[in-house]
Design a protein around this ligand. Structure first.
Ligand code: UDP
Length: 374
């Protein structure tokens, strides 16, 4: 700018006159049309009106902005923290909340009490916790992508899972003790199952193997698959499940990471993924003991689908009522125990699933008079 000003000053034919329009108004000006508001058009326009006297310039530009391919702007897209805490609210609403008391007051002011006093669906749950704006931003479209249903179509329990914090704690769960297995999950299973008294037959489908009589004779049966699949021949409609698709990508990295956190959730409908997980952020990475930063990082983008392996039971009125019918049939089935996320049609967390299996085992011991053996 200084160089150009200087140029303008030394080369002017006359005094810099910011009121060229005055000339125009007086009818003395010559008119120039410039096509294109890119670098060339803008420079020529600037020169003409600042160096020459008595000129007016019109620029026509087919795009909706000036600056051609130099067009730049500040993109206010930001990542905010979930679960909602002080940092989330400060970032979204440009506030400077510092204390829990202030945060509690903010929440109280924005939380929307459900019409009936108690939330009857997940939209009411979310709004009663974080208010309208954060509901729209973080939960509405994410939930549509994940469940193919809006929160209003799901029971309160789905969004009751998400904590809201009045401090700056960004952890997902409330549990006092939170950890990941130091050598991974599969190893835990390996150690539970690695004994001669247990045989694992992989690639063996229960229903076809049973039909073919290739499973041998057993005294008891525990079924942890989808309950509606077990009672397929009953003629009842199928229960809904959501599945996940994982899209693996490898990125080059200089600082070791692709994204700012282990999980980045996409609350917008514009991005097809629900979230992306970067495992390098999780503890117990192999390279942690070296001073080297990895040059590549693995990221899995997740999308949700109703095809493929069932992951999530879908808790709405229809499915809950239908599940009750399956449950009645399960209760009437002698010698079979239905257990787990798919057989109980419950959105268990991992610790709940383990607890539930332990309780089921205890009950089974008692109801089968096996206390002497077990
Ligand atoms: N959810 C959301 N936005 C988020 C995180 C979660 O709307 O950023 C909603 C969504 O409906 C999701 C549910 O809360 O399915 C439970 O989230 P969670 O992360 O516990 O799901 P999971 O890890 O079991 O897939």
């Amino acid at each position: 700018i200084p160089a150009s000003d200087e140029y303008a000053t030394t080369n002017r034919k006359g005094k810099k006159d910011k009121n060229n329009n005055t000339d125009a108004a007086e009818g003395n000006s010559r008119r120039v049309l410039i096509v294109g508001a890119g670098l060339s058009g803008a420079v020529i326009a600037e020169r003409i009106v600042n160096v020459c006297q008595g000129f007016r310039v019109t620029i026509v530009e087919q795009r909706d902005h000036i600056a051609g391919n130099c067009f730049d702007y500040v993109d206010h897209e930001t990542a905010v923290r979930v679960p909602v805490n002080i940092k989330t609210v400060n970032a979204v609403f440009n506030l400077t909340i510092e204390t829990e008391t202030e945060m509690k007051a903010w929440l109280k002011k924005h939380q929307i009490t459900p019409p009936s006093g108690k939330a009857t669906n997940s939209e009411e749950t979310a709004k009663s916790r974080v208010g309208e704006r954060l509901y729209e931003l973080l939960f509405k479209d994410y939930t549509k992508k994940q469940w193919d249903k809006y929160p209003a179509e799901l029971k309160p329990s789905v969004l009751e899972r998400i904590p809201v914090r009045s401090n700056a704690d960004g952890r997902y769960f409330h549990d006092t003790h939170q950890a990941l297995p130091s050598r991974g999950y599969t190893r835990i299973f390996k150690r539970m199952l690695d004994t001669p008294a247990i045989t694992v037959k992989l690639n063996t489908e229960f229903f076809t193997s049973r039909k073919r009589g290739t499973l041998g004779a057993h005294d008891y049966l525990f079924f942890t698959g989808p309950i509606d699949r077990y009672f397929e021949s009953s003629g009842l409609p199928a229960l809904e499940y959501r599945s996940l698709e994982f899209h693996r990508e490898v990125f080059n990295t200089t600082n070791g990471f692709y994204q700012p956190a282990a999980a980045v959730n996409y609350g917008t409908a514009k991005i097809p993924y629900t979230r992306s997980i970067e495992y390098a952020h999780l503890p117990n990475q192999e390279y942690e003991h070296t001073k080297l930063k990895p040059l590549k990082t693995v990221v899995y983008h997740e999308t949700s689908t109703d095809k493929g392996d069932p992951y999530y039971p879908v808790p709405n009125e229809r499915n809950t009522a239908l599940y009750k019918k399956y449950q009645d049939m399960a209760n009437a089935e002698e010698g079979i125990v239905f257990v787990g996320r798919l057989a109980s049609y419950k959105y268990f967390d991992m610790d709940d699933a383990v607890r539930n299996a332990l309780d089921t085992f205890e009950k089974w011991v008692l109801s089968n008079d096996l206390s002497d053996e077990c």
